[in-house]
Design a protein around this ligand. Structure first.
Ligand code: UDP
Ligand code: MG
Length: 333
């Protein structure tokens, strides 16, 4: 692998699902971009484009084969089934990790401005391990997409997931960041949440979004809902904590009620049976909610454990005992 941060090997990763209408135009545009970047001496000559066919049912794979035959800068990967956008991106990045210094992921419809790639690369050269693409505006989206996206990012924040608003999966990752990402072995994948969890030095690049030129959106409503559910549930056990909080609140109200009920009972303002029923409703209700919260806490912890996320990874290592395995960004002369 090339150690020169000035001119690294770039692999552009493109997830493609039923993209027969768009792929030819976009693959050509990407190849031109790759050529341009090589000519400008921004990236290494070994840089390539990885097209990941996410189990398409149309001619997508034939197109990829054709491109591969004509241009060896193309790499084709094909899933046997439709595994979803997030898995397609991950597969492409994990494949590329072995050969490149950094990857940029971009959608196959090229709605995202490919000219922003230079900005991504210059942030990488300056030392960022992860560069997020954040869209300038949502002007090109329909009202429904705009509303649902805003709601989604808001609820993610409330649930405690650290996520850049309007950050699409247009993103640069260095090989070091990819190595860290490969340690996350969870099945419900939500890259926009996991990647900020990695840490490391990051920066942001703003880009324009265009309307889709060919074909239709491959993100059906059900795919969007699944993504949202994955995002919320894979990052937080806050909903369980809310139940716990409600239990405590109900118990508190219960105790205040007990005092109130005794007072009313003592002065004889009550109908018979009222005091005992009301007391049991509040105290028992609170106790049930609290117990659910406690059980939930264990279930939640169990859930987090089963993900087997990495506890830590080193950003840099300086060690004279083991210089072989030392790594940091300062290159020795
Ligand atoms: N995609 C994928 N698998 C899927 C759905 C979508 O690989 O199951 C890809 C698709 O080919 C495109 C990217 O994910 O490259 C984003 O999809 P799309 O442009 O349809 O989403 P939108 O821009 O409408 O949110
Ligand atoms: Mg799109």
């Amino acid at each position: 692998m090339n150690n020169n941060r000035q001119k690294g090997i770039l692999y552009i990763v493109v997830p493609c699902y039923n993209e027969e209408e768009a792929l030819e135009t976009s693959a050509n545009a990407l190849l031109n971009k790759l050529q341009e970047l090589k000519q400008k001496d921004v990236i290494d000559d070994k840089s390539k484009i990885v097209l990941v066919d996410d189990g398409s049912k149309d001619r997508t794979w034939n197109i990829i084969e054709q491109f591969y035959k004509e241009d060896k800068n193309i790499i084709g990967l094909r899933f046997a089934h439709n595994r979803g956008h997030q898995n397609a991106i991950l597969a492409g990045m994990m494949y590329a990790k072995k050969y490149c210094d950094f990857t940029i992921t971009i959608d196959a419809d090229l709605q995202q401005d490919i000219n922003a790639m230079e900005d991504f690369i210059s942030e990488y050269v300056k030392g960022s391990e992860i560069v997020y693409g954040v869209r300038n505006s949502r002007k090109t989206d329909g009202l429904f997409k705009k509303l649902s996206a805003t709601m989604f990012y808001k609820s993610m924040r409330i649930m405690g997931c650290d996520i850049y608003e309007n950050s699409a999966d247009y993103r640069l990752m260095s090989s070091k960041a990819l190595e860290a990402l490969s340690e996350y072995s969870e099945v419900n994948l939500f890259l926009r949440g996991i990647i900020p969890d990695i840490g490391f030095k990051t920066s942001v690049v703003y880009f324009d979004v265009f309307p889709r030129m060919q074909g239709e959106s491959k993100y059906s409503l059900s795919k969007m809902l699944t993504l949202a559910a994955d995002g919320i549930t894979s990052f937080s056990i806050k909903p369980i904590r809310m139940v716990f909080g409600m239990g405590i609140l109900a118990l508190l109200v219960g105790f205040i009620m007990v005092i109130h009920i005794f007072y009313e009972h003592y002065f004889g303002y009550t109908v018979s049976g009222w005091s005992s029923i009301l007391m049991s409703v509040w105290i028992l209700g609170g106790a049930v909610l609290l117990s659910l919260g406690i059980i939930g806490e264990y279930v939640g912890r169990n859930y987090m454990e089963t993900k087997r996320r990495p506890r830590y990874y080193f950003w840099e290592v300086l060690s004279s005992e083991d210089p072989e395995n030392s790594f940091n960004d300062v290159k020795e002369e």
